[in-house]
Design a protein around this ligand. Sequence first.
Ligand code: ASP
Length: 305
Amino acid sequence: MPTNPALVVHGGAWAIPDDMVEAHLNGVRNACAAGWRVLERGGSALDAVEEAVVVLEDDETFDAGRGSFLNRDGKVQLDAFIMDGSTLRGGGVGCVERLRNPVRAARKILSDSSHVYFVAEGAERFAAEHGIALCRNEDLVIPREVERLREYQAQASNHGNDLFAPTISHDTVGAVALDRDGNIAASTSTGGTLNKAPGRLGDSSLIGCGCYADNLSAAASTTGWGEPIMKLVLAKWAADRVESGSLPEWVAQEAMNYLKQRLNGHGGIILLDAQGRFGIAHNTPRMAWALHTVQKQEAGIKRND
Ligand code: ASP
């Protein structure tokens, strides 16, 4: 009996301002539609999360691909990961500067390499050798982000510890999917945090931190302040609890409580198991998400009011 497919995507968790809500909703809806087209025609969960993330990377609303936050030097540096829950194969890139769609390179690593990670120039070289066109870093930079960095650097001393300041946004993107064969997959892609030090790697592309998938437990993608998330290996933490029998809906919320209580971290998570049960949770004011199952199709800027 074929499994009913399911797909959940997110477009970051933070205090998304009212005037950016529509763009976020459109973005996650478009990504969900692209991933669902793959699942509907019997495609794999892995292909579905890749296609969904490509749409989000191409959308300048989000901190992934073109339009990402700039690092301290004014450059875009991207991290991405993709994982197949049926084989536990994964592919990741970190600190790449010349790839429009880092998830495409991550997928090539998963499919064509015996390694799991390539970073910086080595990752770009791997991508180019596998037929992925390189761009210039300037092609990924947009005026909005040049201005955002300028403002941030001008006021750096005022930011203090206000991690919910509008400038501290978390627009990382991700997707988790279940296909007709009962396999799950996950992917996460990001430009990281605003004004990050060059070479800083976040949680998003780290296996088990920002992304994880195992048919025996769950597929997870996180977003938020990366350092606390990686210290808690949060995606794997959540998947392990699903494997022990807890419902993804409950585990997703517990993961956010754990993040807050243990390290005063903030962020969001999407979680899906091989039976199609899912959870969406965040401890930030808002999180952009969309889901598509056989029964329902929804998108929202989930609020914690
Ligand atoms: N988690 C990402 C990072 O720290 C940022 C984000 O989710 O927006 O690189």
